[in-house]
Design a protein around this ligand. Structure first.
Ligand code: IPM
Ligand code: MG
Length: 348
C-alpha cells in the first residue's frame, strides 16, 4: 500500500522549497521501494485567491484523509491588510486545530560543519542540540474572547490542565530518548496560566523520576539560549513563547532556513513544515534554502509513515551535503534552491 502525502505549498518560497523536498523524498523512497501517492492542495494566500478562504472544507477533508502533510509557508504582503477578515495564517492555524496537532517539535541542532556560519561564537554553539516541544493548539493563539474595537483590543490566554498535561507528558517521553532533562519555560511570576502550567508539569514529572525537571522564566530563557545554548536538552513551553523562542534558537545553527518541524497529535497523521516563513522578498528567485523543508520530509517519514529507514537516508544526505560545503546564500554560499537540492540528491 502506498502512503498518501498531501502537499500544501502555500505562499512565497513555499512552492519552491516543497518542490525540492518532494524530489528528495521521492528519490529516497524509491531507494527502498516505498511508493508515495502525492496530492496537492491550496492553503493560505494561494487558497484565498482561488477559493476565498485560507483553508477550504475540501482541503481540510483531504488533510484528514492523508497519512501526512508537507507544508511550505503561508502569508505575504498581498494579504497583509490588517482589517481583512480572511488572513493566510488562518489556514495554518485552522489546520493545526482541526487535526488536533497539539505538539510542535522543533529540534535545533548545530551541524559541525556550520559552526562557523552561526552569528554566535563557535564555543557558544558547538554541540548545541535542543528539542523544543511547543504547545500548538491552545494559549493566546486560540483563546476567546478575541475583540477588536475602536481604541481597544482583547486577546485571551487560556490553558486547561488537560492541554498542559498531554504536551508535557510528550516532552518527558521524548526526553527519555535524549539526555533526560526537561526545561519548562513559563512566566509564572506574572501569568495565572503559567502558574497552572507549572503545577501540572510538576505533577507530570512524578511519573518520570528518571528525567530531571527545571523551570525557567521565559525572559531569562531567552538570554540563556544565546549565552548557554548547550545547557538545554528538551524545552517544553506554551504556544506563543514557543513561537518566539524557536525563531530565536534558529539563529544557533546558522540560519532559520535549516530548521524543520513536526506537528503531531493523538493520531498517526502529522503536519511537517520548515519553521521559516514565506520570505516574500526572495520568493520565486531560486534563492531559498530548501534544507528546512527537506529535513521536515525526513521527520514525516519517521513520525507519520513509520519509515525511519527513509528518514535516515534523507538526514544522512543533508548532513553530507553540508559537510561537503554546499551552502545557499543564507549560509554565506552561492547555491540556489535547485542547486542545493541537487547537492542533497547527489549525496543520497
Ligand atoms: C510558526 C509561524 C506561525 C505561528 C504563523 C504563520 C501563524 O510563525 O509556525 O511559527 O505563529 O505559529
Ligand atoms: Mg513562528
Amino acid at each position: 500500500m502506498s502512503a498518501r502525502v498531501l502537499s500544501l505549498p502555500g505562499d512565497g518560497i513555499g512552492p519552491e522549497v516543497v518542490a525540492s523536498a518532494r524530489r528528495v523524498l521521492d528519490a529516497a523512497a524509491s531507494r527502498v521501494g516505498l511508493a508515495l501517492s502525492w496530492e496537492e492542495g491550496l492553503i493560505g494566500g494561494a487558497a484565498i485567491d482561488a477559493e476565498g478562504t485560507a483553508l477550504s472544507d475540501a482541503t481540510l477533508a483531504r488533510a484528514r484523509a492523508a497519512d501526512a502533510i508537507l507544508l511550505g509557508a503561508v502569508g505575504g504582503p498581498r494579504w497583509d491588510d490588517p482589517s481583512a477578515k480572511v488572513r493566510p495564517e488562518q489556514g495554518l492555524l485552522g489546520l493545526r486545530k482541526a487535526l488536533g496537532l497539539y505538539a510542535n517539535l522543533r529540534r535545533i541542532a548545530v551541524h559541525p560543519a556550520l559552526v562557523d556560519v552561526s552569528p554566535l561564537r563557535p564555543e557558544r554553539v558547538s554541540g548545541a542540540d535542543i528539542l523544543f516541544v511547543r504547545e500548538l493548539t491552545g494559549g493566546i493563539y486560540f483563546g476567546e474572547p478575541r475583540v477588536r474595537e475602536p481604541g481597544r483590543a482583547v486577546d485571551t490566554l487560556v490553558y486547561t490542565d488537560a492541554e498542559v498535561r498531554r504536551v508535557c507528558k510528550l516532552a518527558f517521553e521524548l526526553a527519555r530518548g535524549r539526555k533526560r532533562r526537561v526545561t519548562s519555560v513559563d512566566k509564572a511570576n506574572v501569568l495565572a496560566s503559567s502558574r497552572l502550567w507549572r503545577d501540572v508539569v510538576v505533577d507530570v514529572a512524578r511519573e518520570f523520576p528518571d528525567v530531571a525537571l527545571e523551570h525557567q522564566l521565559v525572559d531569562s530563557a531567552a538570554v540563556r539560549l544565546v549565552t548557554h545554548a548547550t545547557s538545554f536538552d528538551v524545552i517544553v513551553t506554551e504556544n506563543m513563547f514557543g513561537d518566539i523562542l524557536t525563531d530565536e534558537a534558529a539563529v544557533l545553527p546558522g540560519s532559520l532556513g535549516l530548521c524543520p518541524s513536526a506537528s503531531i497529535g493523538e493520531g498517526k497523521g502529522g503536519l511537517y513544515e520548515p519553521i521559516h516563513g514565506s520570505a516574500p522578498d526572495i520568493a520565486g528567485q531560486d534563492l531559498a534554502n530548501p534544507i528546512g523543508t527537506i529535513s521536515s520530509a525526513a521527520l514525516l517519514c519517521r513520525h507519520s509513515l513509520g519509515r525511519a529507514d527513509v528518514a535516515d537516508l534523507i538526514d544522512a544526505a543533508v548532513s553530507r551535503a553540508l559537510a561537503d560545503g554546499a551552502r545557499t546564500r543564507d549560509l554565506g554560499g552561492r547555491l540556489g534552491t535547485g542547486e542545493m537540492t541537487e547537492a542533497v540528491l547527489r549525496h543520497l
